[in-house]
Structures are given as C-alpha cells and as structure tokens.
Ligand binder design. Structure first.
Ligand SMILES: NCc1[nH]cc(CCC(=O)O)c1CC(=O)O
Length: 321
C-alpha cells in the first residue's frame, strides 16, 4: 500500500469493474472512484456492478448483533473471487480490521469530514435537547458517549441507509439522530447538519469518512493501477486508527473509537474503549512523528497498549488476550 506512483512498465487497464453496494451513498462512492479512474485512464471502460449485501437486508437489528463489520463487504468479496469485479469500494469504517485471506486493502482515498453530525428538525444541538428526548443511533460508540455526557436523553436504535434514517427523523420517530457527516455531505445533505460533534468526547470510529478499495491479493496489477488514488495523510491516519482497533479485537460489539490526524509528519491520535452504559471508559491519546505506514502503526500500537494497561480488555467481550 505504500506505493503511490504508477509503475511506468505497466500498461493502462482496458476494462475495470467496480463492485458496490446499491445504497445511494455506496453508489456515490463507486461513481467517485469510477470518475477518478476515468481521469487517470481515459481509454479504460469502467463499469459499476451494484449488489445488495446482508447488511442492507437486515434492518431490524443493531449491527453489533448481526455479525457487525464484514456484513457489508462479504458479497462484494464474492464478486471479486468470481471474477465478476476487479475492485470493491467500501466505506473504510465498514471494512474489517483484519482482511480475509486472499484480499488486500489496496487503496485509501482522501477522507471527507470524519466527524459525527447532529441532525434534527427542532433542535440546534445536543445540548438543547430536553429531558427524555429520543436520539437515534445504532452505534454503540455514539450511545456510550451520549449516555455518559447526557444521561437525561433516550437512545433508540436507528438502522437502514441514509435516506431511511432521515425519513424516520422527519416522521417524528426521533427528536434527533447522529450520523457520520461524511455520508451526509457526499449525498448533498450537508444543509441538514445542525451541529458537528467535537472529536473530544465524540471520537469517530476507525476509518470514518474514508474510502477503501479492496482487491484480490493475486492481482497486483490492479493494486498498481489504483496506487495514484491513495491519499497519504488519510492512509497514515487510518493505518494508526485501524491498528488500535485491530489490537482491541476490531469488532463493533464494543464502543471503540479511534481518530488520527496527520500533518507535516506529525500525527495526533485519540482513542477510547468504553462500556455501552457510558459508566466505564479508557481514553488514550498519542502523538508522534510519522513518516511511513509502519510509523503510524507503531503509534497505534502504543495507544492500544495504553488502553489495555488501563483495563480496556475488561470492557471487551471476546478479546483474545
Ligand atoms: N456504519 C455505517 C456507515 N458506514 C459508513 C457511514 C458513513 C460514511 C463514512 O463514515 O465514510 C455509515 C453511516 C453512519 O455512520 O452514519
């Protein structure tokens, strides 16, 4: 993944098929990748293969209860294996921390706004919500911080694609909902954002706001063709975040947050592991010079060790210690 220039000896691709989920956000992301590839390789025929995943079908349960991450990527991986597609585009947040055998996270593209957003028709911010107001989120991470900071609020589950979630808010099922700002901005719904939640304490999930492209390990050419799409600051940041998450079991069955920023070789990272009720929390911050993916992962490891030293493992159901 560290390669960011195209090998001059490799001929341009003739045809590339992108596997994508069919939600509006997933299609936006696939079209974005298609447009970038068309710019790089004007003579290449770039197609999008849309498909429904189990994560899109099961809408009545919290993600953490139905298999979590991986749920949105499995069908796309099958399309790669079967040769129906060459690359799969994912929200990086949904990509498992440990890639399955035979698959690589080949490319990480520039990050959108990584923050969580407050969306409401009647209130301007979380702080304005009255006692008993219903806030929609199915993220255990968001729920944990909300319960700790604003215990007078009611947290109710909220699943489905972005349009479904907005519809539920607009029908009055919730007084407010919390969503990733990235998805809203990509779909032109930025004007619905009433407030941005600060990174402290509302730290995002590892990879939030970034796009990841997955390919088969046995097709190194495709990885090389994608290399120019990598964004170095994002790649460094998410490498650190994903290392923290990986060390802590990498599931979404536990409130786990990790967010890093990289600028001019300096990286800062904030991470927490908490209980869903918000009563217990381990927080670790890191700061280091980072000039490579290895440096970024090393910082992620330090932060993970800090969390574990504070007893984070006790908050995680099935972590292999
Ligand atoms: N877990 C679902 C998911 N995966 C990616 C995004 C939003 C876009 C992104 O973070 O890149 C969302 C929705 C949300 O958290 O509101």
């Amino acid at each position: 993944m560290s390669q960011t220039t195209n090998s001059p000896s490799l001929a341009a691709p003739k045809r590339l098929v992108i596997a994508s989920r069919e939600s509006r956000l997933a299609m936006w992301q696939a079209e974005h990748v298609r447009d970038c590839l068309k710019k790089l390789y004007p003579d290449c025929d770039v197609q999008i293969l849309g498909m429904t995943t189990r994560g899109d079908q099961i809408l009545d349960k919290a993600l953490s209860k139905v298999g979590g991450k991986g749920l949105f990527v499995k069908e796309l991986e099958t399309a790669l294996e079967d040769g129906r597609a060459d690359l799969a585009v994912h929200s990086l947040k949904d990509v498992p921390m440990v890639m399955p055998e035979g698959f690589d996270l080949s490319c990480v593209m520039a990050r959108e706004d990584a923050r969580d957003a407050f969306v409401s028709n009647d209130y301007a911010s979380l702080e304005d919500l009255p006692k008993g107001a219903i806030v929609g989120t199915s993220s255990l991470r968001r729920e944990s911080v909300l319960r700790a900071k604003l215990p007078h609020l009611e947290i109710h589950p909220l699943r489905g694609n972005l349009d479904t979630r907005m519809g539920k808010l607009d029908r009055g099922e919730y007084q407010a909902i919390i969503l990733a700002a990235a998805g809203l901005k990509r779909l032109g719904l930025e004007s619905r954002i009433r407030a941005y939640l600060p990174y402290d304490p509302y730290t995002p999930a590892a990879g939030q706001g970034a796009l990841g492209i997955e390919t088969l390990s046995k097709h190194p050419n495709i990885k090389q063709w994608l290399a120019p799409l990598n964004d170095l600051p994002t790649l460094f940041s998410v490498s650190a975040e994903r290392m923290v998450s990986r060390q802590l079991g990498g599931s979404c069955e536990v409130p786990l947050a990790a967010h890093a920023v990289w600028d001019q070789s300096q990286m800062q990272i904030r991470s927490f592991v908490a209980s869903v009720d918000g009563k217990a929390i381990c927080i670790a911050n890191g700061n280091a010079q980072v000039r490579s993916i290895e440096d970024a992962e090393a910082l992620g490891l330090v932060v993970a060790k800090d969390l574990l030293a504070q007893g984070a493992a006790d908050l995680i159901p099935k972590i292999a210690k």
